[in-house]
Design a protein around this ligand. Structure first.
Ligand SMILES: Cc1cc2nc3c(=O)[nH]c(=O)nc-3n(C[C@H](O)[C@H](O)[C@H](O)COP(=O)(O)OP(=O)(O)OC[C@H]3O[C@@H](n4cnc5c(N)ncnc54)[C@H](O)[C@@H]3O)c2cc1C
Length: 369
């Protein structure tokens, strides 16, 4: 019997476990495989300095997460000795096709209180001389950061273990026992786990699991492919981003090239077309990458809430379940504030009024069939 059972050990579930266990709760994290191997592992680790569109609750979630990353990383380092690779590296936002919205984007960042420096070709090349001189317009976000996903997940896992969080790996939750308006236990058919409260943080698989508690949410998997390249020295230090595609340089010369957005169900694989498209993009932006060694490629399934922003909250009809899912392209970056908000629900702490918009409506309850 735990105080809290968290279903899903991705970055959202593990950060929730870490935060609530730090406050003294007895926590169990259940995952059907080893924790931290799905979207949270596959991601590129970009941490934008906030978000300048969408509902205010989401913008606040992004802002609060940005403010929390540095301290969270320092705490994890102190508690585990593991460096998660959090670095403020800055980003160059570029446009191979001279995106017309560049000016609007700079203005939106300024309105959000985030520094954004407009750049022409020579300005871009001043910061990163290796980029193509075909690029004529862009801007710099000096406060954009990055983290190395596998290192961060490892640090979170170790920190959770040191706080006596119980990890139940290899338990594929298939049943929720709902008694009136409370969940009594979850089970994989053979192991049954009881708790006072439950958190559902199962990424792209959350829609089906929420349905077991009669809560109707719409979360679909959107595949993203990544190609990993390597040079002996890091050729540039900024993240370079062009809309959904990007290059993320690591300090050891690895460069992640991402990413595709594909609606292919739960099929986690790479395609020739996906990989070639990313390589072509990379060499168009940084021509010298033709000399880079391609190390490997992978893909992951982003949990996309069809309504366009994540579900975080408690449903009126199920008293002891908090759902935190559907972060799509921002689940890693927004995990710190998501976990704080989940703790607010679990502990019945006061919450800002606008966060109710991240929860659910009465209409999203009932038998799913
Ligand atoms: C290619 C790519 C690049 C990305 N880049 C970034 C980025 O730069 N910055 C950023 O912020 N975000 C990025 N993202 C998005 C980010 O990775 C996700 O939003 C985030 O990882 C979601 O975390 P999660 O914990 O909700 O889900 P997941 O990491 O998918 O974790 C869900 C967990 O639930 C478990 N689970 C599922 N079903 C069950 C069940 N029935 N029983 C038990 N366990 C179950 C799974 O095994 C898994 O471990 C990227 C994603 C991809 C794919």
């Amino acid at each position: 019997m735990s105080d809290i059972v968290i279903i899903g050990g991705g970055v959202v579930g593990l950060t929730c476990a870490y935060e609530i266990a730090s406050l003294g709760a007895t926590v169990t994290v259940i995952d059907r495989q080893q924790v931290g191997l799905e979207a949270s592992w596959a991601g590129a680790g970009m941490l934008p300095p906030g978000q300048c569109s969408g509902p205010s609750a989401v913008r606040n979630l992004a802002k609060q997460s940005t403010e929390r990353w540095s301290q969270l990383s320092a705490d994890l380092l102190e508690q585990t000795g593991l460096d998660n690779g959090f670095r403020q590296c800055g980003a160059l936002q570029i446009s191979l096709e001279n995106r017309e919205t560049i000016s609007t984007e700079i203005e939106a960042w300024a309105n959000a209180g985030v520094e954004a420096e407009r750049l022409d070709t020579s300005g871009l090349m001043k910061y990163e001389p290796v980029i193509s001189d075909r690029l004529s317009i862009g801007y710099r976000l000096p406060t954009m950061s990055q983290v190395r996903n596998p290192h961060h997940l490892q640090a979170l896992k170790q920190a959770c273990l040191s706080l006596n969080v119980k990890l139940m790996e290899g338990v594929d939750v298939r049943e929720l026992s709902l008694v009136e308006n409370r969940i009594n236990a979850v089970s994989d058919g053979s192991t049954t786990i009881h708790a006072d409260q439950f958190v559902l943080a199962s990424g792209a698989w959350s829609e089906q699991l929420a349905g077991l508690a009669k809560i109707k949410i719409q979360v679909e998997p959107i595949r993203g492919q990544i190609v990993l390249m390597k040079l002996s020295e890091p050729p540039f230090t900024h993240i370079i981003e062009d809309g959904p595609r990007y290059l993320v340089p690591r300090e050891d010369g690895h460069i992640l090239i991402g990413s595709t957005e594909e609606r292919v169900g739960f099929v986690k694989e790479n395609t020739e077309q996906g990989i070639q498209g990313l390589i072509d993009f990379a060499t168009s932006v940084v021509p010298s990458l033709v000399n880079a060694t391609i190390i490997k490629a992978w893909s992951g399934l982003r949990p996309k809430a069809k309504r366009g922003y994540p579900y975080i909250g408690r449903h009126d009809h199920v008293d002891n379940l908090v759902i935190a899912t559907g972060h799509f392209r921002d689940g890693l970056s927004q995990s710190p504030a998501t976990a704080q908000l989940v703790c607010d629900y679990l502990l019945d702490r006061p919450r800002p009024a606008d966060v109710d918009s991240l929860a659910f409506t009465d209409a999203s309850y009932g038998d799913t069939k």
